[in-house]
Design a binder for this molecule. Structure first.
Ligand code: PMP
Length: 435
């Protein structure tokens, strides 16, 4: 490479180390593309059919199927089929023009009751819930302070809002306080007028870290500086807390202390769409002003019914205690799997109780080997790399479900351990007791 550069006198124009790094990133990205980008040919259940050369049954350690509702369910599925027959697959209309079924109204009431807020509004897509709602809540003259590891939907919503956006060090209440203090003292750029509104945005469980939010401390800082709080519970609602009510319940936070609660239906509830739960005034404001409510076709009725039924199971309103069992099971499964991985010598990110478990690979070049070898041994894992993570912090992200049996988890651990040895990612070698 250096010779070619030298012969054509390219060194003057192009920086060689830069080209090498770019080529390396490009190759890593190319090889990353085939990792679990393969079509699947069944529901994303505990075991599912992955197409690679031929269809093969794989243990699913990748889907966000936290409570197992992504598969046929004895209570949810008959209700969903009924709603499909009654309402069809789509409303073919926006909420304000005939796309507002009885089911949508019922779901909004149920979500508000479930998360403990006065009102809620639902949208057809979780991503768009953040990216469309944030600009409807805050704009020019406002200040958004966002955790540095917030999801891309939040980043895009914040950028599109026209508000000033500041980032604070991930999950660090002291750094949040520093940013608040500085920004309040400086005021708006140029005019130095006080900010019209300040919103602090955090997640309940960070999707690439598996880490719980330091919510009580962050709320205390927000209260001190009179900032609004916006909490994205995509990965925590339904998945943690004794009755599935997310990080607020798990960490003993009163939902009244969070101004805007956001969540998606795509994880614990096995459906599609997202919600915002807040005061009646905020929800009324969103219903009158948010373009994603006014101009986008409403959530698919069978999707709505799936969430209604899943929440009823979680609340025990289906007449069984399956919900409570699922919640106990996901906690037990997550804590078991995490501690077994750690015992094997893997570096596992995140906190206890979190069903999201990133295993550090670091070098992105290890991604294809890890992912393909797991798949060859019938275990499907998701690998994540740049730009979803920093370049040299590639990882495999395991998502545990309440529907994984002990045998499933044992199979997953056995394969991950073998492949981990092969690829060399046991960064904390276990010292075996001398006999
Ligand atoms: N917020 C967070 C924290 C997420 O991780 C995701 C996606 N996994 C979303 C929002 C977007 O949700 P959806 O996939 O339901 O569109």
């Amino acid at each position: 490479m250096r010779m070619i550069f030298h012969c054509f006198n390219l060194e003057r124009y192009i920086d060689l180390p830069f080209v090498c790094v770019s080529l390396w990133i490009f190759c890593c990205q190319l090889s990353h593309q085939d990792c679990f980008g393969r079509p699947i040919a069944s529901a994303p259940d505990t075991w599912f059919d992955v197409l690679h050369n031929k269809t093969s049954k794989c243990l699913n350690l990748g889907s966000y199927n936290y409570l197992g509702f992504a598969a046929a369910d004895e209570y949810c599925t008959p209700h969903v089929i009924q709603s499909l027959k009654k309402y069809s697959a789509s409303t073919c209309s926006v909420r304000v023009e005939g796309g507002n079924t009885k089911l949508h109204v019922e779901l909004e009431e149920l979500v508000a009751r479930f998360v403990g807020k006065p009102a809620a509004i639902v949208f057809g897509m979780g991503y768009a819930t953040n990216s469309a709602i944030i600009p409807a809540l805050v704009g020019k003259g406002g200040l958004i302070i966002s955790d540095s590891l917030n999801h891309n939907s939040i980043v895009n919503g914040a950028r599109g809002s026209g508000a000033n956006v500041q980032v604070f060090q991930h999950n660090n209440p002291a750094r949040l306080e520093d940013v608040l203090r500085e920004q309040i003292a400086a005021g708006q750029p140029r005019t130095h007028r006080p900010w019209k509104k300040i919103i602090v945005i955090v997640e309940g469980i960070y999707s690439m870290e598996g880490e719980l939010c330091n919510l009580p401390e962050i709320i205390a800082v927000c209260k001190k500086y009179k900032a609004y709080t916006y909490l994205d519970e995509a990965h925590s609602i339904g998945a943690v807390g004794k009755t599935g009510r997310g990080v607020c319940e798990l960490l003993g936070v009163d939902p009244a202390d969070i101004d805007i609660m956001m969540g998606t239906f795509t994880k614990s509830f096995g459906s599609c769409g997202g919600y915002i739960a807040a005061s009646k005034e905020i929800i009324r404001h969103l219903k009158h002003t948010c373009p994603a409510h006014i101009y986008a076709t409403s959530m698919s009725p069978p999707g709505v019914q799936q969430v209604i039924s899943a929440i009823k199971v979680i609340l025990g309103e289906d007449g069984s205690n399956r919900g409570a069992k699922k919640l106990a099971q996901i906690r037990e499964n997550s804590n078991f799997f995490r501690s077994e991985l750690q015992k094997m010598g893997f570096e596992v990110l995140g906190d206890n109780d979190s069903p999201v478990m990133p295993i550090m690979l670091y070098n992105p070049a290890k991604i294809p080997a890890f992912s393909r070898e797991c798949l060859r041994q019938h275990v499907a894992v998701v690998t994540v790399a740049f730009p979803a993570t920093p370049l040299l912090l590639a990882r495999a992200r395991i998502c545990i479900s309440a529907s994984h049996s002990r045998e499933d988890l044992a199979k997953g651990l056995e394969v991950i351990s073998k492949v981990g040895d092969l690829v060399g990612i046991k960064y904390f070698p276990v010292e075996h007791e001398k006999t």
